[in-house]
Ligand binder design. Sequence first.
Ligand SMILES: NC(=O)c1ccc[n+]([C@@H]2O[C@H](COP(=O)([O-])OP(=O)(O)OC[C@H]3O[C@@H](n4cnc5c(N)ncnc54)[C@H](OP(=O)(O)O)[C@@H]3O)[C@@H](O)[C@H]2O)c1
Length: 257
Amino acid sequence: MSVVIVTGASRGIGEAIVKHVLRASEENKVVVTSRTLSKMVEIYSGFNQNNIEYVGGDISDGKTIDEIIERSVDKFGRIDSIVVNAGILEPVDKISNYKNEKKEWERLFQVNFFSAIELVSKSIEYLRKSHGRIIFTSSGASVKNTEGWGAYGASKAALNHLCGTISNEEKANGIRTISVAPGVVDTQMQDDIRGRLGEKGMSLKDLKIFQELKKDGKLLDPKVPGKVLGNLALMGIEEELNGVYLRYNDKKLAKYK
Ligand SMILES: NC(=O)c1ccc[n+]([C@@H]2O[C@H](COP(=O)([O-])OP(=O)(O)OC[C@H]3O[C@@H](n4cnc5c(N)ncnc54)[C@H](OP(=O)(O)O)[C@@H]3O)[C@@H](O)[C@H]2O)c1
C-alpha cells in the first residue's frame, strides 16, 4: 500500500497519474489536489472513495499545502510519495515585455516553483519516516529554449535544480527524487499553446510545430507519461536515478513504462 499526493489532479497528466495509482492496487491511497474540487469529484467517482482524499485550493497558498499534508496524515497515516505536477505556462511573451508581465512571472513562479518547495519542505518529516520519494513533472523546456517561454522554462529548470538539491540533502534520510519531462502531451496546456497563449507570444514557426503535432495525431496520450510518473511514485526510484532529470521515454526509465 502506498499513500501518494498528486498535485494538478483535475485533468491531463495529473488525472492519468492518479488513475494509474488507483488501478495498480486496491490498497493504494491518493490525496488529489487542484483548484477545481467538483471536477476531481466527478472524474474519480468510479473509484473506491475510501482510497481518495480531495483537497480543493490554490497550490500557491500555504493553507492549501497545510491541508494537503494534514489530510494525508489524518486520513491515511503516512506519506509515501509526492508527485509535484501542477503547473502553468502563462505568461508567454518575450523578455523585452517583462516590464508589463512582472506580476505574471511572479505568479508563475509561485505556482510552478515556490509551491513545490513549500510542499516538499513541509512534508519532509513524513517522507523521512517512509523513506519516500518526490517526483517532479518537469518539461523539455527546462533544457531548451522556445521563444516566449522564458518564465515557464526557467521555472522548470529551477525544479530540476531543486530535485538535485533534495537528492543531496535527503539521501542519508532515505528520500529519493527525480525530475521527469512528460513529452508533448494532449492536454489543456497544449490547447492553450495552439490557441490563446501561442498566438500571443510564440514565433509562428514554433506555433506551427505544435499545431501540426495535434493535426498529425502525434501528441501523447496522458496515460503514457502518467504511467511512468505513477510507477515512479509506487515502485520507488533507483539509486542511480536519484536527483536526475530525464525524459519520460529515456531507456533508464524502461522498467517504469
Ligand atoms: N502537456 C504537455 O505537453 C506538457 C509538457 C511538458 C510538461 N508538462 C507539465 O505537466 C504538468 C501537467 O500539465 P498538463 O499538461 O496536464 O496541463 P493541464 O491540463 O493544464 O493541467 C494542469 C493542472 O494543474 C492544476 N493547476 C494549475 N494552476 C494551479 C494552481 N494555482 N493551484 C492548484 N492547481 C493548479 C490544474 O488544476 P485547476 O486548474 O483545476 O486548479 C490542472 O489540474 C505541468 O506541470 C506541465 O508544466 C506538460
